[in-house]
Design a protein. Sequence first.
Length: 265
Amino acid sequence: MVDSRASRPNDGLGSTSPAPAVTRAAAVLEALAGSAMGRLTLSDLARELGIPKSSTSNLLLALEEARLISRQGAEYTLGRKLVELGAAYLSRLDEVQEFYRFCEQAPTLSGETVRIAMLDGTNVIYLARYEGHPAVRLTSNIGDKMPVSLCAVGKALIARLHDHDIDAMFADDAELPVLTPKSLRTGAELKAQLREIREKGYAFEDEESTTGVVCLAVSVPTRGAHGPSLGLSVTALKATYSEEQGAQMVKELNELARSLGNPMG
C-alpha cells in the first residue's frame, strides 16, 4: 500500500481540509483516545499527524489551553474538558434522560445493570449506564466501544440490517475479535446467531465478552428516517441467572425500547 503522505511530506493530515487545524486537532484527540496507555509524547503525535514537531507543539499548546488535553511531563493525555462536553451532549439526548427515568421505576431493571448504546459501523458506543447491580460493574462503561460480534446489543442492532449489508461487513470466513472461549470466531457463526435473534426478537450473549456474565439486548425502533441506531442491554451474573428472570428483563427492555422509539406512545 502506498502511503499518501509520502508524496506530501510537509503537508500531513488536514492538508486538503478547509480547516486543517481543526482536522489535526481532532486527530490528536482520536490518537490519545486510541492509545493503549492513554498518553503519547510530542514525537508520537507528530508522527501520527505527519507534520513537523514545531507545528504539532503549537497545536498541542492550543488544545492544552482549551483544556481538551493535559500535559504530564513529556506526555499528553485527554483533558477533563472533554468529560464536560460529553456530559453536555448526553444531557441533551431525550433518549438518555428517558432511559434513566424508566430504569429507576422498572420492577426488574431497577435492580440490574442496564445500558443504552449506539451503532457505529462494526462497533457500538455506550451512551449511558444505569447502575442497579454493583456486582456486574466490570462490564463496559459510558463512552467505551465494543465490536458488535462481542456484545448482545451489537448483535441486536445489526440483526435488523439487510443481509447484503451484513455480508459487506462480515465475510463468512472473517475472523472476529475474541475475548473469552465462548466468543464468536467467524462471520458465519455471527450470521447464524443473527438469524436466531430475528426469530426471537432479542439477542442473548452467553459469556462471550466477560466470563461469568450473560447479557440480553433489544434494538430501539428508529425515530425518523435519520434517527440514531440505538439498542438496550441488561447484564446479569450467570450463576444466578434464570430463564424466568430473562423473560422479565426482555419484557421490560421492549417496553423501554417502545418508549424511546415512540415517545408519544
